[in-house]
Design a protein. Structure first.
Length: 269
């Protein structure tokens, strides 16, 4: 009688079987909790909105002064409500970044009923590493991608021919927030690549050998993404982004091999 019990314990849904409506109710509860975390983070960021905006424009200011452009950098507004809308957008994005551990926990907790009992204990490590990778991507965008990008964009400004016309730049607050926050979030989610591939391996959707075989194409795609994200003649910026993506991919392959070995040992047991 022991063998059937052990086999049943290996069933992903052996612990709790849920109907479709129960799954939808669980999804609703998880979304509500994630939204509450986002709301709390957004309120905190609204209180410190001026300091956060000053932090966000610092790479722009540094690039402006390094290029020796005249005057001081400005962020223009075109309507009375633009400042309020801009601060709201900044608070929401900042709130999402602050609440990302809660969001990831609710995500993994919702997925966990579909995992095997022995795999459910990976939920907290998944939350920890997904949060760390996301914040690493945000930091990479701010400290690496922003300086290279602004330096190149500012190099395109200046005199046009000999007629006295010059290219200058006075972006609006809306355009700058759209550009900067999209880059921060994009790099944050791109850095989730190792965990995403690890989860696909854990679910048995892809195998480590398939990921390793795709490695050559992953390298090519990494350089394409690096060239698109950091346009311009500066090879160092492209190599920085492409190198980070390549390291992340092969780190994912290593994690997939570890998970594959773990799955094999569990299956044998």
């Amino acid at each position: 009688m022991t063998a059937p019990t052990d086999l049943h314990a290996a069933d992903p849904e052996a612990d709790v079987r849920m109907t479709l409506w129960e799954h939808l109710a669980e999804l609703r509860n998880r979304l509500v909790r994630a939204a509450l975390g986002l709301l709390g983070g957004g309120i905190f960021c609204w209180v410190y909105r001026v300091e956060i905006l000053a932090w966000l424009v610092r790479p722009y200011e540094n690039g402006w002064h390094e290029r020796g452009l005249p005057g001081q950098p400005e962020l223009q507004t075109l309507s009375p409500a633009d400042v309020f809308v801009g601060y709201m957008q900044l608070s929401l994005v900042g709130g999402l970044i602050l609440a990302i551990p809660i969001v990831f926990y609710q995500l993994w907790a919702f997925i966990s009923p579909g995992l095997y009992s022995r795999e459910k204990r990976f939920i907290l490590p998944f939350v920890f590493f997904s949060t760390g990778l996301f914040l690493s991507g945000v930091a990479f965008a701010y400290y690496v991608a922003f300086p290279f990008t602004f330096r190149y964009f500012f190099s395109l400004l200046g005199q046009v021919g000999t007629g006295g016309t010059s290219l200058t730049q006075r972006p609006t607050l809306e355009f700058y927030l759209d550009f900067s926050t999209q880059m921060l979030l994009a790099f944050g989610f791109v850095f989730e690549l190792p965990l995403f591939l690890a989860f696909l391996s854990l679910a048995g959707i892809v195998s480590p050998k398939q990921l390793l075989k795709f490695g050559r194409w992953a390298v090519i795609l990494s350089f394409v993404v690096g060239a698109v994200v950091t346009p311009g003649p500066e090879v160092t910026s492209q190599l920085a982004v492409s190198g980070a993506l390549i390291v992340l991919y092969f780190l994912s392959v290593g994690v997939a091999f570890l998970i594959g070995d773990r799955r094999k040992s569990v299956a044998e047991e």
